[in-house]
Design a protein around this ligand. Structure first.
Ligand code: DHB
Length: 308
């Protein structure tokens, strides 16, 4: 009833974790792998070398939202490659990679290409939290250049994680770039970059790095996330699938993402808040909505947004 496929990979279910949440260590990944309501674990975006991340506090939750400037804390690329290579008989795992330069990105993808991992890799072009490093996917020329080099040698399924866009012409421009390449998927959206939240009592920002600036996530960004999923579904080649990320708190939100065109739906802030029991609740909630509406399968309403 609830299936999805991206490239040559079939998913049993539609719910996954958003990269960054509950996926830095092998024990966290094991928990996702062993949860029947998780269609696929996604690994924490990996850099070539392990990183401690930014000074703390670097994460803060507020009503229906979160702000973070984690700074890519991760155990290093080899750790995650080893994890995905040694868990190939179970469900799919999405390997997320990030990098601090184009050279590092190319080096990492050469390593994936040479490895035994044949699943889906996701290149994160949208991390807002490394000091001095821009969100690559806001630079359409740089994105084109990197993808052109990547696809000259990378032959395995590859998707990209994108930041939110807010202008319809930007959607046209980035989609025109992406449609030139055999991407498995786009994952949309990353957090809304560089928000700022202040604590009235201390008169200081709620997080320490970057003067308090950080990526905003959680239920409050649902309209931006749905708009991005919809805008991409209307513009991208149909063989480029969409992972809808952003704002999901309830089963209604999952339904809305799929209606707008998402193949899989990922959950970050709310997963961090509730823990992995959230996946069972959202799954059961989605089944109930589908039953009430008379749908037997997600395919019956995916990308089915109607005219008002
Ligand atoms: C981090 C945040 C992101 O939004 C992202 O895409 C990658 C890394 C971080 O701060 O760790």
């Amino acid at each position: 009833k609830m299936f999805a496929s991206i490239a040559n990979v079939d998913f049993d279910g539609v719910l996954i974790n958003a990269s960054g949440v509950h996926c830095q260590t092998s024990s966290e990944l094991d928990e996702l792998l062993n949860d029947e309501y998780v269609a696929a674990p996604v690994t924490k975006s990996a850099t070539l070398n392990s990183r401690d991340g930014n000074p703390k506090p670097s994460y803060f939750e507020f009503k229906d939202g979160s702000i973070n400037s984690m700074g890519l804390p991760n155990n290093g690329f080899e750790y995650y490659l080893n994890y995905v290579e040694s868990h190939r008989n179970n469900k799919p795992i999405i390997l997320s990679i990030a990098s601090l330069s184009q050279e590092e990105c190319i080096e990492l993808l050469h390593k994936v290409q040479a490895s035994d991992f044949n699943g889906i890799t996701e290149l994160n072009l949208s991390c807002p939290n490394v000091i001095g490093k821009p969100q690559v996917a806001y630079d359409f020329e740089a994105t084109d250049k990197i993808l052109s080099e990547v696809f000259s040698f990378f032959k395995k399924p590859l998707g990209i994680k994108l930041p939110p866009y807010f202008d319809l012409t930007h959607f046209d421009q980035i989609a025109a770039v992406l449609n030139q390449y055999p991407l498995s998927h786009v994952n949309s959206v990353n957090s809304i970059g560089n928000g700022l939240l202040v604590d009235l009592a201390t008169e200081a920002p709620v997080i320490k790095p970057k003067g308090g600036f950080g990526g905003v996530g959680g239920h409050n960004i649902l309209p931006t996330a749905l708009a991005n999923v919809r805008a991409f579904r209307l513009r991208l080649n149909q063989n480029i699938k969409i992972i809808g990320t952003g704002g999901v708190k309830t089963a209604e939100d999952v339904f809305a993402h799929i209606l707008c065109g998402a193949d899989l739906v990922s959950i970050g802030t709310e997963l961090n808040k509730q823990g992995i029991s959230l996946f069972k609740d959202l799954n059961e909630g989605l089944i109930k909505i589908m039953h009430d509406k008379g749908y037997n399968s997600v395919d019956e309403f995916r990308n089915g947004l109607k005219d008002i």
